[in-house]
Design a protein. Structure first.
Lengths: 124, 124
DNA sequence: GTTTGACTTAGAGTGCGCTCTAAGTTCTAG
DNA sequence: CTAGAACTTAGAGCGCACTCTAAGTCAAAC
């Protein structure tokens, strides 16, 4: 098996993505990897650049509170090939709206917190 | 018992705060109410304006991902009276930093999602 | 070649924040 | 006065996203 490509062990992949090895395996079990992750020596995982790129994007979806189930929907669309591009676009646009709503709510709450901070600074 | 004050039943309080009655009772059990909630007829809860104001602020803390345990810390400080004002200020300022970090991360992820959206629009 | 540590699996366990249930009590409308 | 809705409690249950465990296999260094 050539290791000349940029493939990584699971612990290296964990380090590069900021996830734990447990979480990487969990995501794979949950069907969140686009294709199967390659195996070296027919057992240890080898993460390709494409795998890392995908996991990185996946963490962007997760960090904007996309549920695992919706990530899986997206993955299923990707697996269906080019024909699903409009559906993927629609899914991401819908998610974008929920992210904007999140941001609005957090900013709104932050304003209330800042107001309270200002009252404490003034000495109540 | 006078009902001339603006006190609300738990279902009215739920409606005004956007929480469920279950959640309002849960918060109370968890020690997140500043004082005990008044009781009418020695059993049913009556929420005062101050209670509603507090619950509203509490939801701002929660919607910015402050854990229940930290909200309780804040509540405990409030119960200690004016002497705890500096500690409360410090707690809120620290939380403010985590909120700013949250916002930065979400915005960063949103940029990646927007980029992906743009590739789908261009036809990959 | 053997040790040490990283890897494998299936499945159990955890922490958080609710959410619901059951059995009983109280309020309100007619 | 009575029916039905809303309330009470203590405690069990749930959904999500991990996180860990156990028992075993594999690999890199000596």
């Amino acid at each position: 098996m050539t290791l000349l490509d940029a493939s990584l062990s699971i612990s290296e992949a964990a380090e590069r993505t900021g996830l734990s090895t447990h979480t990487l395996r969990y995501y794979e079990r949950e069907g969140l990897m686009l294709g199967g992750v390659d195996r070296a020596s027919s057992s240890h995982r080898r993460y390709s650049d494409a795998d890392i790129t995908w996991v990185t994007f996946l963490t962007k979806l997760r960090s904007t509170a996309m549920p695992i189930a919706k990530v899986r929907e997206y993955v299923d669309l990707v697996r269906q090939g080019d024909a699903s591009t409009p559906a993927r676009l629609a899914l991401l646009l819908a998610h974008r709206e929920t992210v904007l709503a999140q941001l609005a709510e957090i900013n709104n709450s932050l304003a209330a917190i800042d107001y309270k901070i200002s009252t404490y600074r003034k000495g109540n």
